[in-house]
Design a protein. Structure first.
Length: 64
């Protein structure tokens, strides 16, 4: 009986670890640094300054 209980507990642990592997990795999502770099380049190409740049950056970072 003890052997069956141990085997059952081990199988639950392995099943849980398998489920964790199926979650999306953080590499699949754009990083905050990458979004900042892209949004900064877009703002610079549009020659935005001051409040216009601040508003654009805020919207750009939220959208991506």
């Amino acid at each position: 009986m003890k052997l069956i209980s141990t085997a059952f507990a081990a199988s639950l642990c392995l099943a849980h670890l398998g489920g964790l592997a199926a979650e999306p990795k953080s590499a699949d999502k754009p990083s905050q640094q990458g979004r900042m770099k892209t949004c900064n380049a877009d703002a610079k190409s549009k020659s935005l300054k001051g409040d216009d740049r601040k508003t654009f950056m805020s919207q750009c970072l939220k959208a991506k």
